[in-house]
Design a protein around this ligand. Structure first.
Ligand code: FES
Ligand code: FES
Length: 210
């Protein structure tokens, strides 16, 4: 289940919601079952077809400062585009349903569950992934704090925890361990490294704000 905060963030990224895009797909499905223009539908993807029948949408965005322009299936999630098309595998696919936070990245500085974000929603926006958090060889204070506090075991959830932790501090939601636990509740850790994670975020908050 997505949290209200995740839903707000994901729906606010652009005027185009996941529901809007799926409605578009449904309209094509209606055409198919009614037999209207079935020949055109059979050629979906053909660039010579009218725009309304194409399945790819041009999307241009920046990832970790680098501009990318891709023709994307409108059903592609941001997570799949990052991992499969851009080779940025730091964001992890845990549940693929907005329930675990392993896929957390920043869109224009706000944390989102990238598995629940359609890539077409990020047109002309700035994406930051765990790969873009450090400054060269200098780790971000949150990355260093996770190391210092041994805030991981298997590490699968860690990129998402770190990206969410950075956002948590920037949102000024890291004022106490209780507040950190509340605002990090969308990021699950199957290894139960929560004490270290909370301590790391509290520590990093001091470094980031200092
Ligand atoms: S993989 Fe996105 S929330 Fe679990
Ligand atoms: S460190 Fe293993 S899931 Fe969090």
């Amino acid at each position: 289940m997505t949290t209200d905060r995740q839903d707000d963030v994901n729906s606010d990224i652009s005027g185009l919601s996941r529901r809007d895009v799926l409605k578009g797909g449904t309209a094509l499905g209606v055409l198919a079952v009614t037999g209207i223009d079935s020949h055109a539908l059979a050629q979906i993807g053909n660039p010579s077809l009218p725009a309304a029948f194409r399945t790819e949408i041009e999307v241009s965005f920046r990832v970790n400062g680098d501009r990318s322009s891709l023709a994307l299936d409108p059903r592609s999630s941001l997570l799949d585009v990052l991992r499969d098309q851009l080779g940025l595998t730091g964001a992890k696919k845990g549940c693929d349903h907005g329930q675990c936070g392993a896929c957390t990245v920043h869109v224009d500085g706000r944390r989102v569950a990238s598995c629940m974000t359609l890539a077409v929603q990020i047109d002309d926006l700035d994406i930051t992934t765990i790969e873009g958090l450090s400054e060269g060889d200098d780790l971000h204070p949150m990355q260093q704090a996770f190391i210092d506090h041994d805030a991981l075991q298997c590490g699968y959830c860690t990129p998402g925890q770190i990206m969410a932790g950075v956002a948590c501090v920037r949102e000024e939601h890291a004022g106490s361990p209780q507040q950190i636990r509340e605002y990090m509740s969308g990021n699950l850790c199957r290894c139960g490294a929560y004490p270290g994670i909370v301590a790391a975020i509290a520590d990093a908050a001091r470094a980031m704000e200092g």
